[in-house]
Design a binder for this molecule. Structure first.
Ligand SMILES: CC(C)(COP(=O)(O)OP(=O)(O)OC[C@H]1O[C@@H](n2cnc3c(N)ncnc32)[C@H](O)[C@@H]1OP(=O)(O)O)[C@@H](O)C(=O)NCCC(=O)NCCS
Length: 211
């Protein structure tokens, strides 16, 4: 348990700290964390072994199984994920515990304010890309609640900081989650509104500065 909690603390050190983003481990002494409501709610005590690593082609089958479970109403083709991986491998990560994939992150550079529509192929990464796009972050329920997403976002932001800003489309009411990482809603034009409709009701375009 102590090793697990230490890993979480260390991973947070890579992230820019926003006031609302203080973690349980930062707010409470380590000795008290195991008694926190978050720790008590953790469904899988083996997460100590879960780590993020670069995605490979052979992870795509597992990724699709996770996407099918989590994004039932927002399906994207396997070819879409394969393309992202081939075009920008350093933006693609998987969360693994032993040989089991428990989550993934997919991200890549885009032209500012021009994220792709849901389930659309990119063709290429624009040579004049000037914004980073976090396309998808999904973690299976049994891997949640232990800072895995925060750690993955920290790794993505290490790549993102080559660009002035990062954007994403928040779904499933996750705006408060993303606000913890410095993202905030940005006004959208008609073209973006049309794209957002494809992500379902409540989809919100968020951006943050990377400085
Ligand atoms: C959202 C999701 C990625 C969070 O994963 P996770 O591993 O449980 O997140 P973490 O444990 O790293 O949480 C980081 C912090 O955010 C908080 N948090 C987690 N989910 C949250 C939510 N839905 N709303 C607000 N805060 C949330 C945690 O309590 C934690 O706070 P702390 O630092 O004070 O302890 C995961 O629930 C998921 O995959 N959901 C389904 C897919 C999804 O919604 N993806 C994003 C779509 S845009």
């Amino acid at each position: 348990m102590v090793c697990k909690l230490r890993r979480r603390v260390v991973s947070r050190l890579h992230l820019p700290v926003f006031p609302s983003m203080q973690s349980n481990s930062q707010r409470f002494p380590l000795a008290l964390i195991s008694k926190s409501p978050l720790a008590a709610a953790t469904p899988d005590s083996t997460l100590a072994m879960a780590t993020w690593r670069p995605m490979t082609d052979s992870d795509i089958t597992a990724l699709m199984a996770i996407a099918d479970e989590i994004h039932r109403d927002l399906p994207e083709a396997e070819a879409v994920f394969r393309e992202r991986l081939h075009l920008f491998p350093e933006g693609c990560l998987v969360l693994v515990e032993h040989d089991s994939v428990g989550g993934y992150a997919v991200s890549f550079p885009i032209r500012r304010g021009r994220p792709p529509a849901l389930d659309a192929m990119l063709g290429e990464i624009p040579h004049d890309a000037d914004q980073y796009y976090l396309h998808d972050l999904a973690i299976l329920p049994r891997f949640r609640g232990r800072g895995a997403a925060a750690e993955g976002i920290g790794k993505v932001m290490e790549v993102a900081k080559r660009y002035p800003t990062t954007c994403l489309v928040s779904v499933y009411g996750t705006v408060p989650f993303w606000e913890r990482f410095g993202f905030a809603p940005e006004p959208v034009d008609a073209a973006m509104e049309e794209k957002l409709r494809g992500y379902g009701e409540g989809a919100t375009y968020l951006t943050r500065g990377n400085a």
